[in-house]
Write a protein that binds this ligand. Structure first.
Ligand SMILES: [Zn+2]
Length: 267
């Protein structure tokens, strides 16, 4: 088989018309399903999340090796199949997104990183079976602290599902810890959380640290403290929320205004 013929089943309607304007993580959009295929949407609304496969028709198809987009300034190279760059021999894009609403042939999705007019080639439901809580992946360090924090905020919201003050504190703590240790989903990084369940849930979600197999995460319920303790080999980091912090300003305050931070090395 030398060629495969694909027919678009729909297209993306987005306010973003140029890929360079696409925010990291994508943008809310509508997927318009074409008339001959609308019957295939039967019962799709039973799913909260869907995989959208689209065709990045403007992507470069010649690149086989490159560096993950806008990530590491040192630019280590990866093969196209080891990256999620739009540049690849067949520019099939796969996006996991929340399905907000279906209105006839229009699917409203929370975010997709496809520009206006992108052909959609398939839709599939996301199943519980798709979850892999702590996969092994290479670490592409984000460009800067701001990007790291924005990524953690998205991941935390998708894991914890509510924007509570403890989630914000967990995001700030994880950002700080990542500045010290790098990749948080790494087998020799151990985390202990002391505080309310929302803080533990957020930090567990961001670090993918499990209670067992292997045990990297421990937790003590304490409604009066908000602390996380991180250790990797001989390096240790403790982050404790200061008393009387204005909980409305967690994302604005400097680390030193928010936390008591201690680092030390054990023998
Ligand atoms: Zn919460």
């Amino acid at each position: 088989m030398d060629e495969i013929l694909l027919k678009p089943i729909g297209k993306v309607k987005s306010s973003i018309t140029e890929s360079k304007e696409m925010p990291r993580g994508g943008k809310a959009a509508v997927i318009e399903i074409f008339e001959p295929y609308t019957a295939a949407l039967l019962k799709l609304e039973e799913n909260s999340h869907i995989w959208v496969l689209s065709w990045f028709h403007k992507a470069d198809r010649d690149m086989l090796v490159g560096s993950p987009l806008n990530r590491n300034p040192e630019k280590p190279e990866y093969g196209a199949f080891a990256m999620r760059s739009p540049s690849r021999p067949n520019p099939v894009a796969i996006t996991l997104t929340r399905l907000l609403e279906i209105d006839n042939n229009r699917l409203y999705v929370e975010r997709i990183d496809a520009i206006d007019g992108t052909p959609v080639i398939d839709i599939k439901p996301y199943f519980e079976n798709d979850i892999i809580f702590s996969p092994r992946t290479p670490y592409f360090p984000p460009r800067d602290g701001e990007q790291l924090q924005a990524m953690f905020m998205r991941q935390a919201l998708s894991h914890h599902q509510e924007l509570c003050p403890e989630l914000q504190i967990g995001v700030r703590m994880a950002t700080l810890a990542s500045n010290t240790f790098g990749h948080l989903n790494t087998p020799d990084l151990f985390i202990h959380v002391l505080g309310p369940p929302c803080l533990a849930d957020t930090i567990q979600g961001l670090s993918r640290a499990r209670l067992a197999n292997p045990p990297r995460f421990s937790y003590h319920v304490d409604e009066d403290s908000l602390e996380s303790h991180w250790s990797q080999g001989e390096r240790h980091l403790s982050i404790m929320l200061k008393p009387n912090v204005n909980m409305e300003r967690i994302m604005d305050l400097d680390e030193e205004e928010l936390f008591v931070i201690e680092t030390w090395k054990s023998q």
